[in-house]
Design a binder for this molecule. Structure first.
Ligand code: NAP
Ligand code: SF4
Length: 676
């Protein structure tokens, strides 16, 4: 047992089987199953089994066509499907792992015309109204779920997770918000909870006693008229009596307008909700959401919030999370920064999930670190995300790597991002870069200008010199009250109370967030964060929405956020997180303006007009203007080195500044290093 994390490494005896520690890998839909490349699916899970997690839950598998999250979603319908899943379970078991298959019926969240639900109440996040099920239809859903569980057992799974939360089918029966029925499946709470209990009983009857049944229970719905805490407890006790082995926590319906997993959500923000159930049931209870380090997991367990913790995205970031924690190498665990950029944003765009910090996630069969047969002396210039990850990966392959940067620490623009309230996780990313540079033996040369002369003697050079701010060429931009975002975020510019931000890309949004905020970031102050978003106590208000609603702190400044495009501001931000950034700025009264022309900056303020005809001349009477007008590549060293004859590659922002972000930079760095 680990001395550092004694609660994490305590085995959990389930009677018929024992889990070797208290860590569950929560379900994630990666779109891998839909590739039908079962070797690839198997390797994804086997790699995490080798990483020491006690039990994994697969992405959601549909029990039938109407319940699939989208038409064609993976199901377990035929003997051939069972044989494919057996490839996965065999590989996991050979790697000393355990795996449960999630059965996910989407109900009215199914993105297809055949979707069904308790009542014909359309969801705000799907264009398809569900068909109200009749008695026979409900029986079919129960029977399909039980049969899917039996097939999962046949396929070698150690258990199933029945998805009863996040606003999916089963959850839709539980609350009057979506269940308007007057028959035995609606009305009283006993009637509304009949469906989950019937499902668990029928699944237990189908699989026998020695099979794990996890029931994922929504502990706080975060929607109007959600479940009350008494109902949650009543359901949990009935779930236990019906034959479930473990209760896992679900937080918030997908249609909730409160962030539940984004990077600005405090760590372990909802563990207190799960804790309310502790002692009310005798089966193990799992908590989840924004648990991303062994320290947080240990604290959650040690303070009695749950019997086990579920982490999902952290296992994309680092499949070896658990073994590294056990070995006292917590600093080497690649941190999930909860950005959603390569995981959920990919899933919801129909792409294969991966991870911003670990492009090997879901690409285990393609991106493999192997010892090189021809070690080279490699120089990497630029210690931002692209350069660091190229250097570390090349060193892992056995090359002798020297990493140069003129700054006094690694991380590049991540060091600016970490100043934004709500982006505190970026501190951990820079710390991890440093830990990995040390662990892999990269020779680090900070505060060092890499010149053409200094590059002589290297076999290969990788240029990752990043970007410089674009010059927007606005008349008056050389005035002392006009600043680059770099000066604002590194603290060298002091700004007045009224500010215009030019450019509404990711950085314009971030800078606006920085400017309207003062004091402690709500992301590291849970009560402040809950008040800001209107999260209450489900023991006081049904569903856990606070009576007062969102109560944001007064903005520190009056901010205008501007762009030339006439489209909605923030349209190109992350698919699953853009709404959070827009809502956060709206709550702080940021005035967002599109279709703007920047005419001049004078002592009166920023002069703008609107549209192609340059109409409605307006002066924004601001004290300061911040330029966030995008970037251009810094390629001077690359161009000079091309003359030397030494093989040289260029990656990250230095290669392509447009649409560049840390995800693309790290991906490019890792892939190039593996090809050296
Ligand atoms: P960006 O996303 O390209 O945005 C640049 C902004 O500047 C746009 O709003 C653009 O809008 C404006 N602009 C472009 N040329 C201009 C000019 N000549 N004069 C005035 N305005 C001009 O770049 P960024 O905001 O600098 O971000 C850099 C990268 O980091 C992006 O890929 C971004 O996605 C990423 N990032 C991501 C996040 C995140 O949360 N995911 C956060 C920060 C940064 P108009 O052309 O319409 O004026
Ligand atoms: Fe975490 Fe971001 Fe990686 Fe997703 S892409 S697993 S949120 S670090």
């Amino acid at each position: 047992m680990s001395v550092t994390y004694p609660h994490i490494f305590r085995p959990l005896d389930l009677g018929f089987t024992t889990l070797k520690n208290r860590v569950l890998m929560g379900s994630m839909h990666t779109n891998l199953e839909e590739t039908k490349d079962w070797n690839r699916v198997a390797e994804f899970y086997a790699e995490r089994a080798r990483g020491g997690v006690a039990l994994m839950v697969t992405g959601g598998i549909a029990p039938n066509h109407e319940g699939g999250v989208f038409p064609g979603a993976a199901g377990l319908y035929t003997e051939e499907d069972v044989a494919h899943h057996k490839i996965v379970t065999d590989r996991v078991h050979a790697s000393d792992g355990k795996i449960a298959m999630q059965i996910l019926h989407a109900g009215r969240y199914a993105y297809g015309p055949d979707c069904v639900g308790p009542s014909a109440v359309k969801s705000p996040i799907s264009p398809f109204p569900p068909k109200e099920l009749d008695e026979e239809g409900i029986e079919k859903q129960i029977s399909d779920i039980a049969q899917t569980a039996r097939r999962a057992q046949e396929a070698g799974y150690d258990g199933v997770e029945i998805m009863g939360s996040e606003g999916y089918f089963i959850n839709q029966f539980l609350v009057t918000h979506t269940n308007k029925r007057t028959d035995r499946w609606g009305g009283s709470y006993e009637n509304r909870m009949r469906l989950p209990i019937e499902i668990i009983k029928r699944v237990r009857a189908a699989v026998g006693d020695d099979f794990i049944i996890i029931y994922r229970l929504s502990m706080i719905d975060l929607i109007p008229n959600g479940s009350t805490h008494e109902e949650v407890v009543q359901l949990a006790q009935a779930v236990e009596a019906a034959g479930a082995t473990i209760i896992n926590t679900g937080i918030g319906w997908h249609e909730a307008r409160i962030p539940t997993i984004a990077t600005s959500v405090p760590r372990a923000a909802f563990a207190w909700v799960t804790k309310k159930l502790m002692g009310k049931v005798s089966i193990p209870v799992i908590t989840s959401n924004r648990i991303n380090t062994p320290e947080v997991a240990e604290d959650v367990l040690a303070t009695g919030c749950a019997d086990m913790v579920s982490m999902a995205r952290p296992f994309l970031a680092d499949p070896h999370f658990v073994v590294k924690a056990a070995a006292g190498k917590s600093a080497e665990i690649a941190p999930c920064i909860a950005c959603n950029q390569a995981c959920l944003d990919h899933t919801f765009s129909g792409k294969i999930s991966s991870c911003l910090v670990n492009p090997k996630a879901c690409f285990e069969t393609e991106l493999v670190v192997k010892p090189t047969s021809s070690p080279k002396k490699v120089a990497v210039v630029g210690a931002g995300p692209a350069g660091v990850m190229a250097a570390v990966t090349a060193a892992q392959c056995g090359h002798a790597v020297h990493l140069y940067d003129r700054a006094d620490r690694v991380g590049g623009q991540i060091n600016l991002a970490k100043q934004i309230p709500g982006k505190e996780e970026f501190h951990g990313l820079v710390d991890w870069f440093e830990a990995m540079i040390q662990a892999t033996g990269v020779s680090l040369h900070l505060q060092t200008e890499a010149t053409v002369e200094a590059m002589a003697g290297f076999d290969h050079i990788i240029i990752a010199t990043g970007v410089v701010p674009r010059d927007p060429e606005i008349s008056g931009q050389d005035r002392p009250n006009v600043h680059s975002y770099i000066d604002v975020l590194n603290g060298s510019a002091q700004l007045g109370k009224r500010v215009a931000v030019i450019g509404a890309g990711g950085i314009g949004f971030d800078v606006s967030e920085f400017l309207v905020h003062e004091g402690t970031s709500p992301t590291i102050d849970l009560p402040a964060w809950m008040a800001e978003w209107g999260v209450g106590d489900p023991e006081i208000t049904a569903g856990g929405l606070s009576e007062a609603g969102p109560v944001p702190h007064a903005p520190a400044r009056e901010v205008y956020l501007l762009q030339r495009k006439s489209e909605k501001l923030g349209k190109r931000l992350g698919k699953t997180t853009g709404w959070i950034h827009r809502s956060a700025l709206k709550m702080k009264g940021v005035k967002m303006m599109g279709g703007v022309n920047y005419e001049a900056i004078s002592d009166k303020g920023l002069h703008i007009t609107f549209g192609p005809a340059r109409e409605t001349p307006t002066v924004l009477e601001v004290d300061d203007v911040v330029l966030c007008a995008g970037q251009v590549s810094e390629r001077r060293l690359f161009e000079a080195l091309k003359e030397t004859g030494i093989p040289v590659d260029i990656i990250g922002g230095a290669h392509l500044a447009a649409e560049l972000d840390a995800k693309a930079a790290i991906n490019q760095g890792v892939r190039l290093a593996l090809e050296l």
